[in-house]
Design a protein around this ligand. Structure first.
Ligand code: 5GP
Length: 189
């Protein structure tokens, strides 16, 4: 997606050979026009997938997921990282090791929002080692629902997440595929 590539080239900051900072438009400050274009592109790519719900993880997945949900006319659920006093029922949950924070945490979704009839599109901001995606897949399976596919804003193709999802047979659509961050330079696939 050219507009996203341009934004990453112009405003992305390479923190290391492994980490790209995009807090100017995705992870802290949000560019609504770009998020709308990203949501529209996910909607176009998954138009034939029979999607009934979108699932993401708080916080950075929410903006692109909501824009996709608006276009597709389906609800958006974000897995919560912190237990809330208002979430009292038995939750569907999975542990996820955070690539950027280097800590393990539990993410959870209320079973009230997912059923075995649902075909779920997973949307997330980054795909690195795939831990976040695998946790969401686990939760969706616990609900007996089907994974329709995964929409990723920025995939770092040099890490293992994409290959694992491909091997598991999931459809993955990434709007930017970063091949390398070596030498402080973003190279796209
Ligand atoms: P994974 O679970 O695939 O290893 O990592 C995905 C999660 O880690 C994303 O939801 C994102 O929040 C975070 N993440 C992974 N790599 C990067 C990165 O290079 N930059 C930023 N800003 N976040 C990342």
């Amino acid at each position: 997606m050219e507009a996203l590539h341009k934004k990453i080239r112009e405003e992305g900051i390479v923190l290391s050979d492994q980490v790209l900072k995009v807090d100017a438009f995705l992870n802290h400050q949000i560019d609504p026009a770009l998020m709308k274009a990203i949501g529209d592109e996910f909607a176009r790519l998954f138009a034939d997938a029979g999607v009934t719900k979108i699932v993401t993880i708080e916080a950075s997945g929410i903006a692109p997921a909501v824009m996709a949900g608006l276009n597709m006319g389906v609800p958006v659920i974000f897995a919560r990282k912190h237990q809330s006093l208002t979430l009292t029922e038995n939750l569907l949950s999975a542990t996820v090791y955070s690539f950027t924070k280097q800590v393990e945490s539990t993410v959870a979704i209320s079973p009230r929002h997912l059923s075995s009839d649902d075909k779920v599109l997973i949307i997330d901001d980054f795909l690195a080692n795939g831990k976040a995606s695998q946790a969401l897949i686990s939760i969706i399976k616990q609900a007996g629902a089907t994974v329709a596919g995964l929409g990723i804003v920025i995939e770092k193709s040099f890490q293992g997440g994409r290959a694992e999802l491909d091997a598991q047979g999931y459809r993955v659509e990434s709007l930017a595929r970063v091949e390398s961050l070596a030498g402080g330079v973003v190279t796209f696939k």
